[in-house]
Design a binder for this molecule. Sequence first.
Ligand code: PEP
Length: 244
Amino acid sequence: MRCVIGNWKMNLLSTEAAAFCETFLAHHVPVSGVAVGIAPPFPILRQVGDAVRAKGVRLFAQNGHAEPKGAYTGEVSMAQLQDAGCAGVILGHSERRQLFGETDAALVKKVKAAREWNLLPLLCVGETLAEREAGYTLEILGQQLSILAETGPGPLWVAYEPVWAIGTGLRAEAGQVREVHAFIRTKLDQFMDRGDYPVPILYGGSVTPDNFPELLDIPEVAGGLVGGASLDPLKFAELVKLAG
Ligand code: PEP
């Protein structure tokens, strides 16, 4: 299975989202074997989910809190995400880790909570430029993936997103992506039974229709987690087509 997931981050008002959906749906051709998802900001989750569901597009959230309810001002629970129609939730995006202090310990709880509420966790991992230049890439990724020893087996998607390639126009070279994706697979095999929960490994970081075909040719690259290009309905529809 291949996957193309759009991460809208903190972009689009409801009118802009409606315009996106109209254009995207006019060009989107569902392809068998390609899972398509969109992760809008919280206030427009339900609106976007309702608009795209009929064409098989899954609704993702960009984050969720591990507790089902309570005094956590400003947070949104996995229960509420499920109630809003989400099928999955992006967890551990580097912007959450870097800007909001998200820790691996918190992610253990979030992955477990997502599964409890039948949400597919899409766990993001990736190294910073300083970590890559210091030769610590695989060590950092191994550490980020080691939370899976604590979450136990269960449904999961993983996205490798080199932090230095997100929103920068820079893209990891094919050799770098190949090395990391193979490494992630060995770690997943260590923590999970492949037969029970096949885990697709997506690539993220300045993915566009121009570079997507080359990325998809790399072994273990099962698709893309797409930021900037997912805000353009024609580019997003094109990415889906390329994954087919
Ligand atoms: C992302 O936010 O996950 C991402 C990969 O962004 P971009 O495609 O803009 O680099």
